[in-house]
Design a protein around this ligand. Structure first.
Ligand SMILES: [Zn+2]
Length: 408
């Protein structure tokens, strides 16, 4: 029986606005045993339970990145870098990135584009405690048309029957969800453009139906309005990007795509805006005006009741895995309240991944996934960048080289 108490100036439970001043969390055998005001938690714990105090710090649930690509290196040309690696070298790189995600406070990721089933192998190794890293949900190789967006990852399927067959194969291989490239994207040389449709409603619907047979959800990569309409009509569970992009740029403003946005909100479909640290470089290069429409569509979607979730697209060009908190700061810059952003990174993200019963909140019975950060993320989201302590499924991880725990 291993018990530990952590106390801090405040405990943020992950539910927007739920704050416990002078709070404590009792951990026991990888689970959260108790959460509440420090004197109460300490009083209920067995006498002599080791305790670490973090005055001035906040404890909150481990952060969740709902959109990563562990196979990509986040450099100038991730596709070429990937092509140069055999599976052995790639697996080691991915393990390194998993550890850096933990350094950034990320205790759960959803990998939406893998090669050769390596993310599933890493998922299992991390769960077994062989290597450090976050909990991984993997979609395997994204399903795409021949020559389509990210087809080099190996998930090509044309027509509803091939799509069904691929879903069945991926389910047999042990994926946690299915990813479908409904439109093109910018990463694929000579591939379709972001606003080009790759699949019909019937084809995406075949993926959704087949996935449901295996209890799996479908994440839809979509940029254009047409693509979003197809994904929504087909019953996709999450929309990745959902930029409502046209050849002329993002369709922003209160009048744009009003009915579609209301439908997404009413159906409770989750939307991942893939905001990330690379946005700062874009702003520096092209100016703040260029990013404004991209920020506006997210504020608008949030105000219309769309359930946004935090994911970075980590691994794609210029987006490192350690940039997670920077993406949250950009959600704040879009005008979203910090409390809502923290929920998007914890409780709402967990619900989107069907993990609400395991992680995303500080609540007795859930896995011991948490971060301790100096300062107050509700006043400044960037304090989430450098956590003092990360606990993942009860395992303690110290991100800073000089770190040590202030045990009593
Ligand atoms: Zn992606």
């Amino acid at each position: 029986m291993t018990e530990r108490i952590l106390t801090a100036a405040e405990v943020l439970t992950g539910t927007a606005g739920e704050v416990i001043p002078d709070g404590a969390v009792l951990l026991r055998d990888g689970l959260i045993e108790d959460v509440g005001p420090a004197p109460d938690v300490i009083g209920r714990a067995p006498a002599g339970t080791p305790r670490a105090s973090f005055p001035g710090a906040r404890i909150l649930p481990g952060l969740i990145d709902v959109h990563v690509h562990l196979v990509f290196d986040g450099g100038d040309d991730p596709v070429a870098a990937l092509a140069a690696l055999d599976d052995g070298a790639l697996a080691l790189d991915m393990a390194g990135r998993a550890r850096r995600l933990l350094d950034a406070g990320v205790t759960t990721v959803r990998d939406l584009g893998d090669r050769g089933g390596l993310a599933a192998r890493l998922r299992d190794a991390i769960a077994a405690g062989t290597v450090p890293g976050p909990r991984i949900l993997t979609a395997g190789a994204p399903i795409t048309v021949t020559g389509g967006h990210c087809s080099f990852l190996g998930g090509q399927a044309d027509g509803a029957e091939q799509v069904r067959a691929l879903v069945r194969r991926q389910a047999a291989d042990g994926v946690d969800l299915i990813k479908v490239m409904v439109t093109g994207g910018h990463l694929t040389p000579d591939g379709p453009s972001s606003w080009d449709l790759q699949y019909t409603v019937e084809e995406v619907g075949a993926a959704v139906e087949e996935a449901h047979r295996f209890g799996l959800r479908v994440a839809a990569h979509v940029h254009s309005r047409e693509g979003v309409e197809v994904a929504v009509a087909a019953g996709a569970h999450t929309l990745e990007h959902c930029t409502l992009l046209t050849e002329a740029g993002p369709a922003a403003g209160p009048d744009a795509d009003e009915k579609l946005i209301r439908t997404i909100a009413e159906k409770g479909i989750f939307v991942c805006p893939t905001f990330h640290g690379g946005m700062g470089a874009l702003e520096a290069r092209f100016g703040a005006d260029v990013l404004r429409p991209w920020l506006e569509i997210r504020r608008h979607q949030h105000e219309q009741g769309v359930r946004l979730i935090a994911g970075t697209d980590a691994g794609v060009t210029g987006v490192g895995v350690e940039e997670y908190a920077e993406g949250l700061r950009w959600l704040g810059r879009a005008g979203l309240p910090a409390d809502a952003v923290i929920a998007m990174a914890t409780s709402v993200a967990a619900d989107a991944l069907d993990l609400g019963g395991r992680t995303g909140r500080l609540r007795p019975g859930l896995d011991a996934d948490l971060v301790v950060v100096d300062g107050d993320p509700r006043a400044d989201l960037s304090v989430l960048r450098h956590p003092r302590l990360v606990v993942t499924r009860g395992r303690f991880h110290l991100p800073r080289a000089e770190g040590s725990l202030p045990w009593d």
